[in-house]
Design a protein around this ligand. Structure first.
Ligand code: PLP
Length: 401
């Protein structure tokens, strides 16, 4: 008998498990709309040209594989903070930001979660209902208590703004409020600029600490600056805040695990102390981060030519997603003769569309139509081609009825 006999079988991951089921399906119309990874019109993975060029630069320069410092590659940390806050931002000029390279978005969120657990004992993190499934795992495993604030309104397939505001107001003062910087996952529903102002007001009134998760900068609108405007609005108010960043989507560096945690502090002296503690958390966890993705980002941002090319490629990716979004909407409204309002599809932003399909309906999408998606009704439009919009429209309409 095994010494591991007490261990039961863990359930498959709700997102990554979808890809496993997809691979096992042999139907020719099958579609993988589960995981949020960009695909070309031929539904193939895509390596950006700028990434290949940045990798070539590395080879040409004969760069070595020495350990990075615990906080990561200096050129990356500088570039990532500047992309986020803007190179001319006051918080950077005043050196008030503690930036530490992390293992992509997930690892950066985890560093912050441990920081919260260690130095804000008992403080709660407020997360949107619904949110990206891994958020709960991350805070649970770090031992950080969390609760949900209202976000999605099933009646309108839109934002429950009043619910959101009253839940943030009702939370104990000094809570952390997790916000998706842009392209909310899974709903694709973002607050308007005016609503962001009100959210910032309430957070300030309640002495809460905003904690942004920015996994889609530049990928949502096609513009790096526009997609960072929520974070900048808060930073410009002089608030202290946390921001986790990921380069999985906007540079297509999924498996390189490159991202960062940024903590905006009230002074540069505080930022130095915070940074030292983040390093102290990282050291026994993974010692120091991987260099490859960090160099790619630093090389792309550090060369004006590559930087411009990146922006162009990002606009193409964001544009392809917008165009299948529109095509899907057109297909559905052409076929569906009831008065149901499908305009929410067009209003949503980013990689995902929240269809409003419930669990049983989502299951019908998979069992009958070979469309693989998460059971919350989310579809990744990045996995959809123009050629398959019609088929997907049939599947959605059938599953609704
Ligand atoms: N946060 C959100 C909202 C996401 O959607 C994702 C990826 O799907 C991540 C964070 C982190 O992804 P990664 O760890 O690959 O950077």
């Amino acid at each position: 008998v095994s010494k591991f006999n007490e261990l039961t079988m863990a359930p498959p991951d709700p997102i990554l498990g979808v890809s496993e089921a997809f691979r096992a399906d042999t139907h020719e119309m099958k579609l993988n709309l589960g995981v949020g990874a960009y695909r070309t019109e031929d539904l193939q993975p895509y390596v950006l040209d700028v990434v290949k060029k940045a990798e070539n630069l590395m080879l040409e320069r004969g760069e070595n594989k020495e350990y990075l410092p615990i906080e990561g590659l200096a050129a990356f940390n500088k570039a990532t903070a500047e992309l986020l806050f803007g190179a001319e931002s006051v918080v950077l000029q005043q050196q008030r930001v503690a930036t530490v390279q992390g293992l992509s978005g997930t690892g950066s969120l985890r560093l912050a979660a441990v920081l919260i657990e260690r130095y804000f004992p008992g403080a709660k993190v407020l997360i949107s209902a619904p949110t990206w499934g891994n958020h709960k795992n991350i805070f649970n495993d770090a031992g950080v208590p969390w609760s949900e604030y209202r976000y999605y309104d099933p009646k309108t397939v839109g934002l429950d703004f009043d619910g959101m505001i009253s839940d943030i107001k009702a939370a104990p003062a000094g809570s952390f409020v997790l916000l998706h910087g842009c392209a909310h996952n899974p709903t694709g529903i973002d607050p308007t600029p005016e609503q962001w102002e009100v959210i910032a007001d309430v957070i300030q009134e309640k002495n809460h600490i905003p904690f942004f998760d920015v996994a889609y900068q530049g990928f949502a609108s096609g513009s790096l600056d526009e997609d960072a405007s929520s974070v900048r609005l808060f930073a410009d108010r002089g608030m202290e805040l946390l921001v986790a960043q990921s380069y999985s989507k906007n540079l297509g560096l999924y498996s390189e695990r490159i991202g960062a945690i940024n903590v905006v502090c009230s002074s540069s002296e505080v930022a130095q102390r915070v940074k030292s503690q983040l390093k102290r958390i990282a050291r026994p966890m993974y010692s120091n981060p991987p260099i490859h993705g960090a160099r790619i980002v630093a090389n792309v941002v550090g060369s004006p030519d590559l930087f411009n090319e990146w922006k162009e490629e990002m606009a193409v990716m964001a544009g392809r997603i917008k165009s299948v979004r529109k095509k899907l909407y057109d297909s559905i409204t052409e076929k569906e003769k009831t008065s149901k309002d499908w305009s929410f599809i067009l209003k949503q932003i980013g990689m995902f569309s929240f269809t409003g399909l419930n669990k049983a309906q989502s299951e019908n999408m998979t069992s009958k139509w070979h469309v693989y998606m998460t059971k919350d009704g989310r579809i990744s439009l990045a996995g959809l081609s123009a050629a398959k919009c019609d088929y997907l429209a049939d599947a959605i309409i059938d599953s609704y009825h």
